[in-house]
Design a protein around this ligand. Structure first.
Ligand code: NAD
Ligand code: UD1
Length: 330
């Protein structure tokens, strides 16, 4: 069985579906601090298969040990953690506590139980903003906020672990900008409060929850002046985890691998793609740049192609259609 920590969350739930579709059995550990138990039922609905779910904090060592004793776990995909950049600036201790302690406790328990295959959720935010594009895995690392530092520190801990004991096999996946939802419309991204990220904000404008989108800056050195990012459909991302798991099961050591589409898309391009995919007009205003934002960010994806034999399949149009289906059905 594959243990999926944070498996009721946005990326975790889609990954559970793809793991099950690929023939794996899954046990989720989630404390539902940023998700709802009903997501587990939706995973069962989509796959028609049973999913075990344990309501527990990954930092609870005794509970985690009992999960390893109750189920025959061969590998772990570790999503559990806090993820809001802005909140990490105002609550650094909570971020370092949850994001570091969860990995330390998990790895300690895995080591005790002799399970040493791990896929970790990292982020493109570990790259120093001064790098040239596209970002290759060997680019300079460095962060501008506590959330980013937790990802970089986690990657370092995992590299050190693989150096200390060569039976570990660890892949840190550096995600670019996951958007979209499962085509069934049953699972997707449900941010609490005002969305920080572009696509959830757009879908809420489309649903009439918010009046208009605020475009953060149109004076960047890009084709239309708005920020450019590497958007990736969450289902492609989930399938990348299945490939990474298969790769990790056949190899040893620690690797960091980008998961992105390899192409950039501007804010205005996303708005137009959404309008085209859904037939809904998105009113917007141009606001000043958001502090901390960079102009352009996209991945070099050759390492994922080479090591995982993986690349994205789904385009921006599909991402917009699926994001809207989820928003409008919920
Ligand atoms: P999410 O918040 O939807 O999912 C995280 C899940 O982990 C939630 O279900 C939450 O309840 C659970 N959780 C958090 N702390 C826990 C703990 N201590 N014990 C048990 N469960 C806990 O986030 P997501 O968007 O699915 O992201 C998953 C991972 O990917 C996170 O580590 C995030 O930092 C990383 N990541 C996300 C993005 C993104 O854009 N969504 C980008 C890069 C990296
Ligand atoms: C965010 C995170 C980053 C994380 C990444 C992928 C912040 C500051 N950074 O970055 O750490 O790795 O997501 O999950 O949160 N935009 C608008 N209006 C909005 C929202 C966004 O114009 O209401 C623009 C932004 O300026 C940017 C683009 O849309 O150009 C994408 O923004 P967002 O979805 O927040 O992603 P990132 O900025 O890449």
């Amino acid at each position: 069985m594959i243990l999926v920590t944070g498996g009721a969350g946005y990326i975790g739930s889609h990954t559970c579906v793809e793991l099950i579709n690929a023939g794996h059995k899954v046990v989720i550990v989630d404390n539902f601090c940023n998700s709802d138990p009903s997501v587990v039922e939706s995973i069962r609905d989509i796959t028609g298969k049973d999913v075990v779910c344990v309501d527990a904090d990954v930092r609870d060592k005794d509970k985690l040990l009992s999960v390893f004793k109750d189920y025959d776990i061969s590998a772990v995909v570790h999503f559990a953690g806090h993820k809001a950049v802005g909140e990490s600036v105002s609550k650094p201790l909570s971020y370092y506590q949850n994001n570091l302690d969860s990995t330390l406790t998990l790895c300690e328990v895995m080591d005790m139980q002799g399970v040493r295959t791990l896929i970790f959720s990292s982020s493109a935010t570990v790259y120093d903003p001064s790098n040239d594009m596209p970002l290759v895995e060997s680019a300079t690392l460095g962060c501008t906020n506590p959330y980013g530092w937790t990802k970089l520190m986690n990657e370092q801990i995992l590299r050190d672990l693989a150096t200390a004991n060569e039976s570990w096999s660890i892949v840190s996946l550096r995600y670019f900008n996951p958007i979209g939802a499962h085509e069934s419309g049953k699972i997707g991204e449900r941010p609490s409060g005002i969305p920080n990220n572009l696509m959830p904000y757009i879908t809420q404008v489309a649903a009439g929850v918010r009046d208009k989108l605020h475009v953060f800056g149109n004076d960047y050195p890009t084709a239309d002046g708005t920020g450019v990012r590497d958007y990736i459909h969450v289902v492609d991302l989930a399938q990348g985890h299945v490939r990474a798991l298969e790769y990790a099961q056949e190899s040893r050591g620690a690797q960091s691998i980008n998961l992105g589409s390899g192409t950039g898309c501007s804010v205005l391009q996303i708005i137009h793609a959404f309008e085209q995919a859904t037939g809904i007009t998105i009113p917007y205003v141009i606001d000043p740049r958001r502090p901390g934002d960079i102009a352009v960010c996209f991945a070099d994806t050759s390492k994922a192609k080479q090591l995982l034999n993986w690349q994205t399949q789904l385009d921006i149009n599909q991402m917009c259609e699926d994001a809207w289906r989820f928003e409008s059905q919920s």
